[in-house]
Design a protein around this ligand. Structure first.
Ligand code: NPQ
Ligand code: MG
Length: 373
């Protein structure tokens, strides 16, 4: 591929309902849309950095800066032969995995369109539909939580994840378990506990949870090891796993028994694939995390989750879970068996609705990628 230009869009999407996690309450979701033109084709990518550095240190503005001033200029001249080549070219940029991943996604979309193959095919995915679940934010009361969970069960979701934080954990999770005895249930703390505080989570051991996600700090692999040694319920790492190397070390250290894979968090689909492959050879289950993606990132998640090692349901809900209006013409809906169908058209398999994009665009810039003579 030879890239001619890249357009960056900073989007702000209104959420259908507020989404509360241990790091705050969101009414809107920011992200960057990347539009990459080359070889007479256009590829799209989504950078999942948000307005605030709550989930990670990256923000939409830091990603914008790093893409505009460092990564996009590194695409200048020459052919880019694929994701591996792309990673080499941006290897001088330390950190900023979400910025990297957004640009890499657009290159995958472009490559798929060039070859006439879907992202699922390019990655080696095997499934045409993938099992999904819904992520439920912290609610005002356990009663409200039961109402929201019940509503999603009526819609057909067969796996539920509830967000927890100190003081809003055991009682809430027990209430959900009591109301829905057979439900596939898991919790996510988004790093809100210390090892000492996590002792309070002991009663969760009796609730047959699929897993406890990221109870401790992002940079605290060792305490996750200590906690996992005390808990029968599998600990799943999300924020802590920023690369295939982290994944290997976390497994060697027995810091977790399950890994949540998000292409954005690990620097791109190529890195997500590497973590999948590593976990698969070790028999460690993985599942596809969610970042409240638009239709663009949602399509990429579905392709990723179609790989054989993704044996647990992903945080990939229907488009309408988060957004009344999406930026793709395609809207993803839940099948009756709690699955979503993987797109099979070339690349990401979605088309971008320019009018819908315009409505939610805060700013936009087109950057020409210089060619060597
Ligand atoms: C997680 N996602 O697994 C993330 C957290 C996350 C679906 O639970 C705005 C507000 C953006 C909250 C991006 C899910 C967010 C957000 C990601 C939460 O940890
Ligand atoms: Mg998480």
């Amino acid at each position: 591929m030879k890239i001619d230009n890249v357009t960056l869009y900073h989007l702000r999407m209104p959420l259908r309902t507020p989404f509360e996690t241990s790091f705050g309450r969101a009414l809107e979701r920011d992200c960057l849309l990347l539009e990459v033109s080359g070889d007479g084709l256009t590829g799209y990518g989504e950078c999942v950095a948000d307005r605030d550095p709550g989930y990670s240190y990256e923000t939409a503005d830091t990603a914008w800066h790093v893409l505009q001033d460092f990564m996009i200029p590194a695409l200048a001249s020459q052919e880019i032969s694929g994701a591996e080549d792309f990673q080499r070219r941006v290897s001088h940029v330390r950190g900023h995995p979400m910025a990297k991943a957004g640009l890499e996604m657009a290159l995958w979309d472009l490559e798929g369109k060039r070859q006439g193959r879907s992202l699922c095919q390019l990655l080696g995915g095997l499934k045409d539909r993938v099992e999904v679940g819904v992520s439920v934010g912290i609610q005002d009361s356990p009663e409200a939580l039961l109402g929201v969970v019940g509503g999603y069960l009526e819609q057909g979701y067969q796996r539920v994840k509830i967000k927890i934080k100190p003081g809003r954990d055991v009682v809430e999770t027990q209430a959900v378990r009591r109301a829905f005895p057979g439900l596939r249930l898991q919790v996510d703390a988004n790093s809100a506990y210390t090892l000492e505080m996590a002792a309070a989570l002991r009663p969760l051991e009796d609730l047959s949870l699929l897993l406890i996600e990221q109870p401790l700090a992002e940079d605290d692999l060792w305490d996750h090891h200590l906690l996992q040694a005390e808990f029968v319920t599998p600990i799943c790492l999300d924020e802590s796993i920023l690369s295939p190397r982290h994944a290997r070390q976390a497994l060697e250290m027995q810091a977790c028994r399950v890994i949540n894979i998000k292409a954005g968090r690990v620097g791109g689909l190529s890195q997500a694939l590497a973590i999948h492959d590593l976990c698969r050879t070790q028999g460690v289950p993985v599942w596809c995390g969610g970042m409240l993606e638009t239709g663009v990132g949602r399509a990429a998640n579905l392709a990723l989750a179609s790989l054989p090692g993704f044996t647990l349901p992903g945080d990939i809900s229907a488009s309408e879970r988060y957004y009344a209006e999406d930026i793709t013409h395609q809207r993803f809906t839940l099948n009756a068996d709690s699955t979503i169908t993987v797109p099979d058209a070339p690349g990401l398999g979605v088309t971008v609705d320019a009018k819908a994009v315009e409505k939610v665009t805060l700013k936009k810039v087109t950057l020409d990628v210089k060619r060597e003579a």
